[in-house]
Design a protein around this ligand. Structure first.
Ligand SMILES: NC(=O)c1ccc[n+]([C@@H]2O[C@H](COP(=O)([O-])OP(=O)(O)OC[C@H]3O[C@@H](n4cnc5c(N)ncnc54)[C@H](OP(=O)(O)O)[C@@H]3O)[C@@H](O)[C@H]2O)c1
Length: 274
């Protein structure tokens, strides 16, 4: 990484651990990274494995940082922001990043300061294995250098995609944020089908996960449309054609659309809650 800033993560949960892990392995100096959490076990682990600075005091690390990453659960965000607002000077000079689902930018301005520069990031759980898909959207006060900086941070745990507004971030969240759960559901169904026909669970799982991984790698490596890739493994009158027909008869496309719309609606409802 080229642009090194003092960055403070508020909350040392799964997401913070994976993002900071990605930063350190990309060469970001650990002495410029600060992490706070109420309990000490996660901090001790991060300090011993990644050599970052840790504290149980959010305000202490936020005060000295150029960038503050809010990485607590959405229901805690209001109180965490209120405490920072009351104790940290010059919040408007710091870049604020939030990874919480649902909460929209005007709420952060209300909780922190009207003049903050803020970027919302929607990572997903495959970030834990450096295969994340993070969506990002910035306030108009954020400049290109801030955007380039945070893109590099999240590129450390996978890929990044900038969207133009918070409505699009809700859609990205419903596809990429929730998507791993949809795939696990689908994979579990395939696994159950193999088990019902006589395979043991471990072998069924192995064949499902490797097939899923292989299909995703093929899709990524190819410039062909997904429908074309599907057609290439579906000989007319063959066994795959029969399987695909069963999915099409059950309207898999329609099910996916219903699922994504339901998740978008829930994201919009959550924006009102916290
Ligand atoms: N996981 C995902 O796939 C995903 C995807 C997109 C967005 N997000 C968002 O990312 C955020 C963090 O998610 P996560 O999965 O990392 O959750 P997590 O593992 O539960 O981490 C949250 C951390 O916040 C700490 N915390 C609680 N109260 C705090 C306070 N007052 N000050 C500072 N830290 C505090 C918790 O500490 P204790 O455990 O000690 O209480 C915990 O370590 C959430 O807002 C979530 O919506 C997550």
């Amino acid at each position: 990484m080229t642009d090194i800033r003092k960055i403070a993560f508020i909350g040392a949960g799964n997401m913070t651990q994976s993002i900071v892990g990605g930063m350190v392995s990309s060469g970001y100096p650990a002495e410029q990274i600060f992490v706070s959490n109420p309990s000490s076990a996660k901090l001790e682990k991060m300090q011993s494995t990644l050599s970052v600075n840790t504290s149980q005091d959010n305000a202490e690390i936020a005060q000295q940082a150029d960038v503050i990453v809010l990485a607590v659960k959405p229901q805690l965000m209001k109180d965490v922001c209120a405490a920072l607002q009351a104790s940290v000077d010059n919040l408007s000079e710091k870049l604020i990043i939030t990874i919480a689902a649902g909460i929209r930018m005007p709420k952060y301005r209300q909780y922190l300061n009207d003049d903050i520069r803020i970027i919302r990031v929607m990572p997903n759980t495959p970030s834990l294995v450096s295969k994340g898909m993070s969506g990002l959207v910035a306030d108009e006060r954020v400049d290109d250098a801030d955007k380039a900086y945070i893109t590099e941070v999240f590129d450390g745990v996978g890929e990044t995609l900038w969207v133009s507004d918070e409505d699009q971030l809700d859609i990205l969240g419903a596809v990429a944020g929730s998507g791993p759960a949809y795939f696990f559901e689908f994979m579990a169904g395939l696994q159950k089908a193999a088990v019902s026909l006589g395979f043991d669970t471990a072998k069924a799982r192995e064949m499902v996960q490797q097939t899923c991984l292989g299909a995703a790698e093929m899709a990524k490596a190819s410039e062909l449309e997904l429908a074309e890739l599907r057609a290439q493994v579906t000989s007319k009158g063959g066994s795959t054609a029969k399987g695909v027909e069963a999915y099409q008869n059950a309207d898999l496309d329609g099910i996916s659309e219903t699922a994504v719309k339901a998740a978008v609606k829930r994201n919009q409802e959550m924006a009102e809650l916290f």
